[in-house]
Design a protein. Structure first.
Length: 116
């Protein structure tokens, strides 16, 4: 692809006018503008939600750490047994090999390395 000069751009515009018609071009531009506006709005909402989550007060567990669901990262009450958002069990897993209580979401025991 070389550099696009004025003659090439004029040919492209002429092909667009012939293909879509002069009446359709403003409608296409308006649809493109609305689509870009919705995309920017959704991007701002996602950024605002992530900032709100960062500012939200975290629930404290018995050991003083944040209590969150390891599966969906939702904030949960410290005495909850199941996550209210996704239903995942919040009971601490115990290794069947050595009996050590491990953190939620781990796949291997932190003491002996056995698969949980």
């Amino acid at each position: 692809m070389g550099n696009l000069g004025m003659p090439e751009l004029l040919i492209i515009v002429l092909v667009i006018v012939i293909f879509f018609g002069a009446k359709k071009i403003p409608e296409l531009a308006q649809g493109l503008g609305k689509g870009m506006k919705e995309f920017r709005k959704a991007t701002r909402e996602i950024q605002d939600d992530s900032e709100d989550d960062a500012k939200a007060p975290a629930l404290k567990g018995p050991d003083g750490q944040n209590v969150t669901c390891f599966h969906c990262s939702a904030q949960v009450a410290k005495d909850a047994k199941y996550c209210p958002s996704c239903g995942t069990s919040l009971e601490l897993p115990t290794c069947g090999h050595c009996g050590r209580v491990n953190a939620l979401g781990v796949k291997f025991c932190s003491e002996c390395g056995s698969k949980m």
